[in-house]
Structures are given as C-alpha cells and as structure tokens.
Design a protein around this ligand. Structure first.
Ligand SMILES: O=C(O)CCC(=O)C(=O)O
Ligand SMILES: [Fe+2]
Length: 352
C-alpha cells in the first residue's frame, strides 16, 4: 500500500492524488499531520461576533424593479455575497444533489479514483485532495464548453448522479446568466454586459467535501481566498462552516434551506472598476460532521481581455485596474495561491 512519505512535497503529492481521508487512514494517527496545520495567521480565532451580521438575501420571485437592483447593488458593494431564494431551481433537485454528492464521497476510495484520467485536474473530471493543506477533498467537473464524449467520464456512481449533474448544469447555466444580467443592470450596464464580457464563457463545478477535522483550531476546510472568476453559485448542506470577511472581521454564512449562496468573482470587481467587491471567504472545519458543498463557477475564456467598463470610469478618473487577459490573470492568481491569502493582491489594495 502506497504511503504518503514524510516530506512536505510527498504529503502534498499524496494529498493531491488521494485526499485527506485516505491520507489520514494510511498514516493511522490521531494527530493533525504538520502538512495540514495552518500558520497561526490563517487559523480561525472563534469570535462571539461571527453571527452578528448576515449577508443580504435576494428574492428572485420579486419582479424586476429598481428595488431589486438597489438590493443587489448594495449586496455587491458591501459583501460581494448574497443568499438567493425563490431562484426557480426545484427543491427536489437541490435535495437530490445534496444526497448524491454526499454518497459520492462515501464510495470506496478505489471507486472514486476510477474517474481520474491521466490529464488530472485538467481532465473532464477529477477527484483528489483540494487546495494546498486544506482539510478537504474535491470532485471537479468541467461543464461548458465540452464535447458530449466528455460526459462519458462523469461519475456513474451513485446511480442517477450523471443525469443529475446534467440537470444541475442546465439549471445553473440559466441561473448564472440571469444573475449576471441583474448585476449588469444594477451597475447601469446593458443586461448582457457581464455575460458578453466572458467571451465564450466557461463553467465548471467543484464539489467540496470536508471530513470532520481532528483539530479544527489548527486546520481549515478551505483557505482564505477570493474567487478569480466572474460568478460563483454555492449549494451548501446544513452543516455550516462558510465564512466571509467584511471590514477585517469574519461572518458566518449560515446554511439557509433551499437557498443558494452567490458570490461575485474578481472579474466583476475589475469590470465594475472596484464598485463591487469580490470578498475574501473561507470554510472552517468542525470535529463532528462531514460538510459537502457544490460550487458552480462561470468564468471568461482564457483569451478574453477584461478591464474596467469604460462607462464606469468617471471622466476625471483613471481606471483602477489595467486591462488583462484572463488566462494571464488566472496564472498569476494560482501562483499567489501559495501565499497566505489566495487572492490577487492588487485587488485587495482597493478594499476597506
Ligand atoms: O464550500 C463552500 O461553501 C465555498 C466554496 C468556495 O469558496 C469555492 O469553491 O471557491
Ligand atoms: Fe470560493
């Protein structure tokens, strides 16, 4: 049986390939291995005020109105995050996704490894450990643009998962275009502005699974980061752990039944010339219940150039950010991912 080895590099390689559950099983220890211990500055300090404020809630049942646009504008200015309710995705679909994603991670380890192709993370699907030193594992699936044959790689277990993933793709493609049009309008832009800014938009999902941690004060389920893309739509289970930063303080994004959590990515911050914020967020671990979440991402194609929308730059101001090719942005972003805050430093400077 392959063992993780002792060096940081060996642990990292093992984690990437097999995930935290398998690594812990093979190490057969009750202590958090050094590899997963976050530096003090990145650990959670439990504060009484984590529940003092809540992210805003946007109700999509309301007809399009100035009030809706104002609420979205305020959410994107102050938090970069909001709950979305009455979003039109059937509750039965949400429940099926929660069940199937949980069941996927309960499959025998060898079964999960079966879906991997030699292309690894760049393949159409991938199972493995998530993030450097994060106490979580992931299932990644690239949606559009893909060929029909890519779907042959989608997990066939648990039964029904494949068709569910297809439904999820359909629902969330539609929903993300709808949200991007509302955000565009809330910025005073044409409703197609943000989706068109993506070029040939790319979408994918990451299903995150954080097993209970041996010591949640030392580990992190998802390190502090902002999302480099355009928009993220998260379906989280009822366990909790997601937190968002506002004004240097961390607030819980408590599970809300039948809702999605939406957060804007760095590209919206850039296109809005820093009017809207792509906020830092993270997932803290617990020591009692596994947590599963499904994040749907919509992003520009790599060759698309993104910069502040000219109409959002005041006449006597210069743009806050230069134009940048998204693929270059992404490469820089992942280089920075080795820093404590996995986020783009130039964007953080415009905050607070
Ligand atoms: O697990 C979550 O709730 C958040 C996931 C997330 O931030 C991400 O995948 O970028
Ligand atoms: Fe994120």
């Amino acid at each position: 049986m392959e063992l993780p080895g002792n060096t940081h590099a060996e642990m990292r390689r093992f984690h990437r390939k097999h995930g935290v559950t398998e690594l812990m099983m093979r190490l057969n220890t009750h202590e958090v291995p050094e590899y997963y211990v976050k530096p003090v500055s990145e650990r959670r300090i439990v504060e009484a005020d984590e529940d003092l404020e809540q992210i805003p809630c946007i109700n999509l049942q309301a007809p399009m109105s100035e009030d809706l646009l104002t609420a979205v504008a305020r959410a994107c200015t102050e938090w970069g995050f909001f709950y979305l309710i009455n979003h039109g995705v059937p509750v039965s679909h949400l429940q099926d996704m929660q069940r199937c994603t949980r069941e996927f991670f309960s499959l025998p380890h060898q079964e999960k490894l079966k879906i991997n192709t030699p292309a690894g993370n760049a393949g159409p699907v991938h199972f493995g450990g998530g993030g450097n030193r994060d106490w979580r594992e992931v299932l990644r699936i690239h949606f559009a643009p893909i060929s029909e044959s890519d779907k042959d790689y989608w997990p066939s277990k648990p039964v029904g998962f494949r068709s569910l993933l297809e439904e999820h793709e359909n629902h969330l493609q539609r929903l993300s275009v709808n949200i991007l049009s509302i955000i565009s309008l809330s910025l005073g832009l044409n409703e197609d502005f943000l989706i068109e800014a993506c070029g040939e938009a790319k979408s994918s999902i990451t299903v995150n699974h954080a097993p209970p941690s041996l010591d949640p004060s030392l580990t992190m389920g998802h390190r502090t980061h902002s999302d480099p893309n355009m928009l993220t739509i998260i379906l989280q289970d009822d366990v909790g752990g997601l937190q968002v930063q506002k004004g240097n303080r961390w607030f819980n994004v408590r599970p809300m039944e039948n809702s999605f959590v939406v957060n804007i990515g760095d590209q919206v911050q850039i296109l809005s010339n820093a009017k809207y914020k792509s906020c830092l967020h993270r997932v803290v671990n617990n020591n009692h219940s596994p947590r599963t979440s499904t994040a749907f991402f919509i992003a520009p194609s790599r060759n698309t150039t993104i910069g502040p929308a000219p109409v959002l730059v005041d006449e006597n101001e210069s743009p806050v950010y230069p134009n940048m090719v998204y693929g270059d942005y992404l490469d820089d972003f992942y280089e920075q991912a080795h820093c404590p805050d996995s986020s783009y430093p130039e964007l953080r400077e415009t905050e607070n």
